[in-house]
Write a protein that binds this ligand. Structure first.
Ligand SMILES: Nc1nc2c(ncn2[C@@H]2O[C@H](COP(=O)(O)OP(=O)(O)OP(=O)(O)O)[C@@H](O)[C@H]2O)c(=O)[nH]1
Ligand SMILES: [Mg+2]
Length: 199
């Protein structure tokens, strides 16, 4: 069902969750630290090189970007977090926006959490898992940039991350290694998304 993802189109950027489209159908959101590779993952997933850049104009990094797959399915690019030198106020705004989105969005079926495999489970990643745990929302973790490590080291990190997840989180989390650059792990990602999108 990869054509579903190839049909993705940019719909809008929202500064506030009130500006999002009607809370119907099925939504999946991509989230992660800045530079983890969210845009690259989205472009790989949709097989559209410039898609995630459509919305990436200066000053828009705090926006929630909405992409439509079909009339009932959407994918959401949440603002990145953890960039250097971000003012506390902007960080707090990120937390409020993302927390409100995760708590209130009924069409949200699951979250794709993108992490750089060399820097997994930073404090804000854990904060995010905590928000998801509050709502029993499933999370699929992509340990991206796996091409930066040997196969053995990548597998070792995967097991370490799994072991580090607390019992509270473990049931609702799946994880895999991924490389947006080398296009590795895309089938596994499709399988997980197909479950959430029920297709
Ligand atoms: N080696 C390697 N580099 C990658 C991979 N995925 C992304 N990158 C690089 O990492 C950098 C950041 O990628 P983006 O996709 O812009 O990351 P992002 O999470 O969208 O970043 P923000 O939008 O700033 O939050 C770019 O230089 C990418 O080329 C990967 O799988 N392997
Ligand atoms: Mg990006």
């Amino acid at each position: 069902m990869s054509s579903l993802y190839q049909n993705a189109e940019f719909l809008l950027s929202a500064a506030d969750i009130k500006q999002l489209p009607a809370d119907k159908g099925v939504e999946v959101a991509i989230v992660g630290r800045s530079n983890a590779g969210k845009s690259s993952v989205l472009n790989r997933l949709t097989n559209q090189k410039g898609l995630a850049r459509v919305s990436k104009t200066p000053g828009r990094t705090q926006l929630v970007n909405v992409f439509v797959l079909d009339e009932a399915r959407r994918i959401i690019d949440l603002p990145g977090y953890g960039f250097a030198n971000v003012p506390i106020a902007a960080q707090e705004k990120w937390q409020r926006t993302v927390d409100a989105y995760i708590q209130k969005r009924e069409s949200l079926q699951g979250l794709i959490l993108v992490m750089d495999i060399r820097h997994p489970l930073k404090p804000l990643d854990k904060q995010l898992l905590h928000y998801c745990d509050n709502r029993d929302l499933p999370v699929h973790i992509l340990l991206n940039k796996a091409d930066k490590l040997s196969k053995g080291a990548a597998q070792k990190t995967k097991l370490e991350v799994l072991a580090a997840l607390t019992d509270a989180y473990r049931n609702m989390i799946t994880l895999q290694t991924f490389s947006a650059m080398k296009n590795e792990g895309i089938k596994e990602l499709h399988l997980r998304l197909n479950e959430w999108y029920d297709c």
